[in-house]
Ligand binder design. Structure first.
Ligand code: DOR
Length: 472
């Protein structure tokens, strides 16, 4: 299921936001034979013309953090289903975490995974290797061999690298290779048995909480080790106001620390983890169970400000698909995680309403921001003429209601089901080919229904596009 055909498309009158090239203004984007062309002498007959008034074109998004679950948990997600969902979310590059079975902790496993990617991926996939063998937190992986195998960084995500010496050595060794160590910064013993943020909601539900301090201790430790080694620590899914302030201060002091925030931590609070049942009894919402947990309103405001002010580099999905079964049972039994790819942009744009967070900054944190966290040159999300088109077309204003039955991800686990969000991806091109298109909207914008005769959103990338002619 690799990407198939190249396309000839002219996108007319879009707002083009390209943070790397410093472009933000209304204009056309021309793609001929899959390549971005600056000033085409002549647009060939048979080219698709898209009226993009009111729409945005940006480089396809880069996700620093997702779970594709393969190998080992294919019932939750596969490279095929996960990257289809990523494309539907506007992503052209995704970095996937190694908490698979077996975990990606050796060059041989990285090679085996690359084979799956070559066969099945619809977008670019950059694997992140474990920091420790078996993700057991003890012996360091062969950092150099994994770097040679092409991994994008190292993380025991899902677990904190609690051993300070192991983390120090990982930072020192990865630094020499220009790669980040990405830490699930949260003291595991302080949150053991917890299911949601420690606070008034946890108390009301009489459930064990996960204190903000567990994250803040780990962020402080990581900053200290980055200062000690000169290495690059990247804080995964930051959630607390005080952690954001620590990162701000450390960066001002020149410590090499970067940070990402997940869209749900920009939008939802621990109040969303509770609902009243039909008899008025408060209940925990398993779909809102995520690690780190949804925090308070003040924390949400602080992370959104952190994005706005440039303290947080990237919006990263932490797409964590699970089966319905895995998300059911008691609060303690349900798995941690939210399926995020297909609501990521809309969550960020909805969160940006009524705050200072601009659309341009959201796009930055989905493109140039995450690219700068990765090793220089690993990805270059921009609309440079002469390069194969990797771009996303989206409507920043349209409101839509989340319906998990339409997800391309196998993971239907989201607390956003039924919620109305703002901002919708219309099409994603990756390396010159169409990886996702919303047939209905694309059809409207070109004046004809080009793809699925039944009018549903396209699930497959569409060989019909090159042949579909429509003059404006
Ligand atoms: O909620 C989470 N789910 N947080 C993690 O750190 C891991 C992830 C998963 O793999 O399901």
């Amino acid at each position: 299921m690799t990407i198939r055909s190249t396309v000839n498309v002219v996108f007319h009158d879009a707002r083009v936001i390209d943070p790397l090239l410093g472009r933000d203004g209304v204009g056309d984007v021309v793609v001929l034979d899959g390549i971005i062309v600056e000033r085409p002498g002549e647009v060939p007959a048979g080219c698709v013309h898209v009226d993009c008034r009111g729409l945005v074109i940006a480089p396809a998004f880069v996700d620093l953090h997702c779970h594709l679950r393969e190998p080992g948990f294919e019932e939750k997600e596969t490279v095929a289903s996960g990257t289809a969902a990523a494309a539907a979310g506007g992503f052209g590059v995704v970095c996937c975490m190694p908490n698979t079975r077996p975990p990606l902790d050796s060059a041989a496993r990285a090679d085996a995974f690359s084979e799956i990617v070559r066969r099945d991926a619809r977008v670019r996939v950059l694997p992140i290797a474990a920091v420790t063998l078996g993700r057991r937190g003890q012996a360091l992986v062969d950092i150099r061999a994994l770097a040679s195998a092409g991994v994008a960084g190292f993380s025991d995500d899902g677990d904190y690298v609690a051993d300070t010496v192991v983390m120090r050595d990982a930072l020192s060794q990865a630094m020499g290779l220009g790669l980040p160590v990405i830490d699930h910064a949260q003291d595991g013993r302080l949150v053991a048995g917890g299911v949601l943020n420690e606070g008034h909601v946890a108390r009301r539900l009489k459930l064990r909480g996960m204190p903000a301090e567990a994250e803040e201790l780990a962020v402080a430790r990581n900053i200290a080790l980055a200062r000690l080694t000169g290495g690059h620590v990247h804080i995964a899914h930051i959630t607390t106001a005080r952690a954001v302030e620590m990162v701000r201060r450390a960066r001002n002091e020149g410590v090499w620390v970067t940070a990402e925030v997940a869209p749900h931590h920009m939008l939802l609070t621990d109040d969303d983890a509770m609902m009243l049942d039909s008899t008025g009894v408060p209940r925990f919402v398993n779909q809102a169970k995520v690690n780190p947990p949804l925090r308070t309103r003040d924390d949400v405001a602080a992370v959104v400000r952190g994005v706005s002010e440039g303290v947080i580099d990237a919006i990263a999905t932490d797409h964590a698909p699970h089966t319905l079964e895995d998300k059911s049972g008691s609060p303690g039994e349900a798995a941690f995680g939210i399926s995020v790819f297909e609501t990521a942009l809309a969550s960020a744009l909805t969160a940006s309403e009524q705050t200072d967070l601009s659309l341009a900054r959201v796009v930055h944190c989905l493109t140039a921001g995450p690219a700068a966290v990765l090793k220089e040159g690993m990805v270059r999300p921009c609309l440079e003429p002469g390069s194969p088109a990797s771009l996303v077309l989206f409507d920043p204003e349209t409101k839509w209601t989340v319906d998990v039955s339409r997800f391309l991800s196998k993971g239907r686990n989201t607390p956003l089901e039924g919620r109305t969000l703002q901002g919708r991806v219309i099409a994603t091109f990756v390396d010159g080919s169409c990886a996702f298109v919303s047939d209905s909207v694309f059809g409207e914008r070109t004046g004809q229904r080009m793809l699925n005769p039944d009018g549903g959103d396209a699930v497959d990338p569409l060989p019909d596009i090159p042949n579909a002619t429509q003059e404006r």
